[in-house]
Ligand binder design. Structure first.
Ligand code: NDP
Ligand code: 8X3
Length: 244
């Protein structure tokens, strides 16, 4: 049985990906900051599937916490076959000149540095067994830049550069590196972006049918079920009503 580690499994894409990978028979390490959500998910996974589940509560921005959690994994979770770097956020939506620097720090620290910290800790184990797969959840925002999105977009452009670089650096170790680049999807993403303002968050999706978390789980399932000789570099996936 294979083992997958998913960051940011307490909500949205991460949660849906965890449930989908459980259905595919993966043992799971689920992570996030909200312990209660992790407990609830772990309970559901254990009752609905015959898999081993480990939940680890830590903030990906804290390298010491990442190290503590991931360097002392129980024996049966030590060999990680699939890492899904999903934890991330947008914070704020204002022109650059009016934006809060704390929001910018949070996005760079989570989406870029957090992804680097976790990946740095998992890659050595994959190299040791000369196999593995990393899927980074990027965004359409890593391909296009939109008004009031400069630094969120920058963080996802960085994710794409890291994805491409990792693919080159890890190719001789039997490790595949993929990304998924979704457009607008209704999760807790916009609630977080608007600092808890649910009305503003809802308005983002007015007049179109956004993607949902299951659409992204579908993409993950497609990527991990390809034959060994096939590597999916990126899946760009938009709502039918969103061109760019
Ligand atoms: P959600 O807000 O629903 O989920 C985000 C997840 O990330 C949560 O589980 C949250 O867990 C976790 N997370 C955030 N910050 C941290 C942190 N510092 N440490 C650990 N975990 C953290 O949003 P989505 O599911 O939509 O977002 C998932 C990913 O998809 C993100 O990288 C986002 O940028 C990307 N994305 C989203 C799109 C969208 O339109 N929704 C489109 C394209 C990409 P907790 O709060 O418990 O820590
Ligand atoms: C989130 C996608 O373009 O709606 O990554 O901000 S977008």
């Amino acid at each position: 049985m294979k083992t997958a580690l998913i960051t940011g499994a307490t909500s949205g894409f991460g949660r849906a990906i965890a449930l989908r990978l459980a259905k595919l028979g993966y043992n799971l390490i689920v992570t996030g900051r909200r312990a209660e959500r992790l407990n609830e998910l772990t309970k559901q996974l254990r009752s609905d599937f015959t898999i081993d589940v480990l939940s680890l509560c830590f903030d990906v921005r804290d390298n010491e916490a990442c190290t503590k959690a991931l360097e002392s994994l129980p024996e049966n979770f030590k060999k990680i076959d699939l890492l899904v770097n999903n934890a991330g956020l947008a914070a704020g939506s204002s022109p650059f000149q009016e934006s809060d620097l704390a929001d910018y720090d949070q996005m760079i620290d989570t989406n870029v540095k957090g992804l680097i910290y976790v990946t740095k800790l998992i890659v050595p184990g994959m190299i040791a067994k000369q196999s593995g797969h990393i899927i980074n959840i990027s965004s359409l925002a890593g391909i296009e830049v939109y008004p009031n999105g400069s630094v969120y977009c920058a963080s996802k452009y960085a994710v794409n550069a890291i994805t491409k670089g990792l693919r080159i650096d890890l190719i001789h170790h039997g490790i595949k590196v993929s990304s998924i680049s979704p457009g607008m999807a209704e999760t807790e993403f916009s609630i977080v972006r608007y600092h808890g303002d649910e009305e503003k968050a809802k308005a983002v999706y007015a007049g179109l049918i956004p993607l949902n978390a299951e659409d992204i789980a579908d993409a993950v399932e497609f990527i991990v079920t390809r034959p060994a000789h096939v590597s999916i570099n990126d899946i760009q996936i938009n709502p039918a009503q969103q061109a760019n």
